[in-house]
Structures are given as structure tokens and as C-alpha cells.
Design a protein around this ligand. Structure first.
Ligand code: CTP
Length: 484
């Protein structure tokens, strides 16, 4: 069911119940902008949101399911599944705000206008009575214009592509400090500018973000990374110091040091370019996140060495450790954490391989080490080429093409994905009369090393032959308890 159909049903129910119901927030904003219709629509009910939602549930005769939040006088009604899923939320007109130190909002009943005034931005503080949609067949702003309740001139701000708070921004951001991140995210998502007074207030209040939960911060950060050009959001985050609270490790990359005429590039600027480069190649948000974190180990490993210049030795190992700390702080899932750690650990490898005479052995080792994430690592590596020198850039990209081609050949030839010795642990145990233990592991590893070094093919017979040659030297060292 599409949004307009649902709104029409809500209108019929509202008429029957003699209740005023308004579509509000992002749905109205996107409808006026002509953006893709939202799959989640918020409604304000003059009266009780929960009571109206219960009536709507009855009226819909179980076409969807109702989730009630009595503590907040709100309810969510979910219709359909997957791509078809529509979520509508009903709330009684109210205002919600955070006390200076509290993480839980306080909710009080209010009029529609008061409700709109306590919202984040003027472009999100417009309401349209559901009856306005009654005669609409296809989305068309012309039909609802004039019916939009717009006490804070959101329509003018939409036209001017401006994000502005309905009230004094210090109040709006103090009501919910997460809105500072939302301002940055909407700036990137809608390609709007943040009005100067609103921006100044973010600069003044950035550290109020400290009371916001990691989950909410993480959600906004990922939405910022999902926009077309994430550096718009990242630069704003940096400028307003919000980034120093969310990802201080990334802020530490800022700056250019010069000693005895040796200068290194600004790693923050480079990082933002890498994220944009990745964004041009993939929508995968976690890969964009990996781009944001790929060099975080650099600030801790920076050293100027005589004759060599600036070095960042082992920054990928240090960076990997830092990923675990960041993930814990931002409460990322275990899967996402491992993904980020793996890409940060290996990001340097394609770059260092491409400029050398690549050996098959080095290529095989990379494929096996990175595993499932090889394609993503290759996108990260290519995006890491940010030199401004067009000659150098062309040359490096060409080398990178060669590396990718080489990887493709080795992959096709050696079938290395999900690699392990084709002569398996069970085979080794059976042949040697061993129980599971370190000796079996050592023999298996030796076979795998021989394959990676190109001594033998990734094939059962060659692996078995090799096993027969080396078994004695390992068996002699086996402990008694390993023998069956
Ligand atoms: N809102 C708010 N302050 C917040 C979150 C939301 O004032 N911290 C209000 C805004 O009016 C917003 C509406 O609640 O438009 C719905 O919020 P949400 O669904 O989170 O955002 P949308 O504006 O719909 O946009 P998106 O779905 O892209 O986040």
C-alpha cells in the first residue's frame, strides 16, 4: 500500500471518529520537494495518538499490526512486508524535551502549533490535514498547497534550501542535542545549507551531544555516510567540533607538519577524499565507514626518519586496534566491527603491492588473508589513490588495474576463495593415526604454505603427495597423547 492510500484510509477513519489528524514531518517535506515518497509517515492527532491508533487498527480489520507505546501516548501501525512495508506513527500533539543532564525525554501534551514549534527544523515543522489528500490520485504538491500548516515558513526555507530551527536554535538543540547531527545529515542528504544562526548554535552547543546514546549517534553517522557526497557532512562535523566527540581519532588526522622542509599530506583531507571516492563506487555504508577509518593509526605512528621522510610504519595494525575501541564506543555490531577491522588491517596491502613486481605468492597471500572482503578491499585501495598530480594519478591507477587483473588471474587459476588445504585435517589424522591436536594443525599449515608459495598446486593429489614427503619430520615431534 502506498502512502497516499494509507492517508486516505486514515482520513476516512478520522472523519468517522471526528478527530483532527495531520501528516507531519519528513513526509510533508519530501512530498513538497517531490522526493521519493517515504515509507514511514508521522501523524499528529489532536487528542490521544494511542486512542486514535486503536480505532484505526479496528477500522483496518487486521490489514496490518499495531504496536502500542502507552507511556508516550503513541503507536505504530505496520502494513505489509519487505519493500512494500509502510510504517505509520500516531502521536498526540505534544512537546518533548531533554532536561540538561537527562538521556530520557520528558513529554507534555500541547496544541498542534506548539507541537510543530518543538520540532527540529522549519522544513520538518509543517503539517497537512489528512483530508487534504482525499481528492488526490497521484502525488502532486499543487493540490495540497494552501492547506499546508506552516507557522515557521518551512516552505520558504525549502525553496531557499536552508535548514533553520523553528525556535531559537539553543532551545531546539537543548530539547534534543541529536538534532545537531541531524542538521549535518540533512545538509548532506538534501544538499541544503545550515542557516548561520543555527550553525553558530551547533558550534556553541556541540558538547551537549555527550548526553545522547551511542545507538542514536551511530544511526546518524551511518546516514551521513550514506549520502551522495559524505565529505559535505564530514567537513561540517569537523567544523562544528561534533566530530571531536563522535570520532576524535579521525580529527587527530588533521594537520600538516613540516620539519627541515619535509612535509606530509593532511591525512584528514585525504581521508575525506577517500570516503567520497568510495561513495562514487558503492552504496555500501560500512565500506564508506572503513574509508573513514582506514588511516586512523597514522597519528599515533607518525615519525620523521632521516633520509626517508615522514613514515607511518605499522599504522594499519595500530588502526585495527583502534577500530575495536571505536566499535565498542559506538556500539557497532560484531560483524561490522570485524569487517572494519579486517579492511583497516589490510588496506595498505594492495597499494604496496601495485608498485612492486608482484609475485603470485604475494597475491595469493593477500587473497587468503582478506577472504570474503577482497572486492571491498580493492575498492578501498583504488579509492585511496588521491594524489593531485594527474601524471602520478594516471600511472598509479594503471598499476592498480594491473594488480586487479593479476588478482583475477590468480583467483581463476587457483580457486583460493575460502582457502584451506585440499588435503584436510581428517585425511591427515587418518593417514598418521593422530588425534586432533597441534601436529595435525602444523602439517595442514605446511601444506597451505606450500600452496601459497607456489611450490605445489591447490589440488588434492599434489597436496597429498607433498604431505607424504613432509609427514615424517612432523610426526617425530608429535606428543604421545596425540597418537591414537
Ligand atoms: N523530529 C524532531 N527531532 C528529532 C527527530 C525527529 O523534531 N530529533 C521530528 C521532525 O519533525 C521530523 C519528524 O520528527 O521530521 C520525523 O522524524 P524522523 O522520521 O526521524 O525524520 P524525518 O524527518 O522523517 O526524516 P528521515 O526519515 O530521513 O530521518
Amino acid at each position: 500500500m502506498d502512502a497516499i492510500k494509507v492517508i486516505k484510509k486514515i482520513n476516512t477513519c478520522a472523519k468517522k471518529e471526528k478527530t483532527e489528524v495531520y501528516a507531519v514531518g519528513g513526509f510533508v517535506r519530501d512530498y513538497i520537494l517531490g522526493r521519493k515518497e517515504k515509507k514511514d509517515v508521522d501523524f499528529v492527532v489532536v487528542g490521544s495518538g494511542l486512542e486514535f491508533a486503536k480505532k484505526f487498527d479496528l477500522y483496518m480489520k487486521e490489514a496490518g499490526s499495531l504496536v502500542e507505546f502507552p507511556d508516550f501516548d503513541t503507536a505504530r501501525y505496520v502494513i505489509g512486508e519487505g519493500a512494500e512495508k509502510m510504517v505509520v506513527e500516531f502521536a498526540g500533539a505534544r512537546s518533548e524535551n531533554y532536561e540538561a543532564t537527562s538521556r530520557k525525554p520528558k513529554v507534555v501534551k500541547a496544541s498542534l502549533e506548539q507541537d510543530l514549534s518543538r520540532r527540529d527544523f522549519t522544513v520538518n515543522a509543517m503539517a497537512v490535514p489528512v483530508v487534504a489528500f482525499a481528492g488526490i490520485l497521484k502525488p502532486s504538491i499543487k493540490k495540497i498547497v494552501g492547506l499546508v500548516i506552516d507557522p515557521f515558513n518551512g516552505q520558504i526555507d525549502l525553496e531557499n534550501k536552508t535548514l533553520r530551527t523553528p525556535l531559537d536554535p539553543d532551545i531546539t538543540f537543548s530539547d534534543d542535542p541529536l538534532r545537531m547531527l541531524r542538521a549535518v545529515r540533512f545538509a548532506g542528504q538534501l544538499e541544503f545549507l545550515i542557516d548561520s544562526k543555527t550553525l553558530k548554535s551547533i558550534n556553541d552547543n556541540f558538547d551537549r551531544l555527550k548526553i545522547i546514546s551511542a545507538e542514536r549517534i551511530q544511526e546518524e553517522l551511518l546516514k551521513m555516510l550514506a549520502v551522495k557526497t559524505p565529505s559535505v557532512c564530514l567537513a561540517l562535523m569537523f567544523q562544528t567540533k561534533l566530530l571531536s566527540l563522535v570520532l576524535p581519532e579521525v580529527v587527530d588526522l588533521d594537520g600538516v607538519e613540516e620539519i627541515f622542509g619535509h612535509q606530509h599530506k593532511n591525512n584528514l583531507v585525504h581521508t575525506f577524499k577517500v570516503v567520497d571516492n568510495i561513495a562514487q563506487r558503492t552504496d555500501k555504508v560500512m565500506l564508506r565507514f572503513a574509508g573513514l577509518l582506514h588511516d586512523i593509526g597514522k597519528s599515533k605512528t607518525k615519525k620523521l626518519l632521516p633520509k626517508i621522510g615522514w613514515t607511518f610504519y605499522a599504522h594499519e595494525f595500530v588502526g585495527k586496534k583502534m577500530v575495536y575501541q571505536i566499535s565498542k564506543r559506538l556500539k557497532l555490531s560484531k560483524n561490522d566491527t570485524e569487517y572494519l577491522a579486517n579492511l583497516v588491517r589490510w588496506h595498505q596491502q594492495p597499494i604496496s603491492l601495485m608498485d612492486d613486481d608482484i609475485t603470485d605468492s604475494a597475491v595469493r597471500r593477500l587473497i587468503v588473508a582478506v577472504g570474503e572482503e577482497l572486492n571491498d578491499l580493492l575498492i578501498l585501495g583504488r579509492s585511496d589513490i588521491t594524489t593531485g598530480n594527474p601524471y602520478k594519478k594516471e600511472k598509479r591507477l594503471k598499476n592498480y588495474d594491473n594488480l586487479e587483473e593479476r588478482i583475477k588471474q590468480v583467483l581463476e587459476r587457483d580457486q583460493l576463495r575460502a582457502f584451506q588445504s585440499p588435503f584436510r585435517g581428517e585425511d591427515i589424522m587418518k593417514e598418521c593415526g593422530l588425534k586432533p591436536g597441534p601436529t595435525v594443525g602444523r602439517i595442514k599449515e605446511a601444506i597451505e604454505e606450500a600452496i601459497l608459495d607456489g611450490k605445489i598446486k591447490n589440488d588434492y593429489n599434489e597436496a597429498k603427495q607433498y604431505f607424504l614427503e613432509i609427514r615424517k619430520e612432523y610426526l617425530d615431534d608429535a606428543k604421545d597423547w596425540e597418537r591414537s
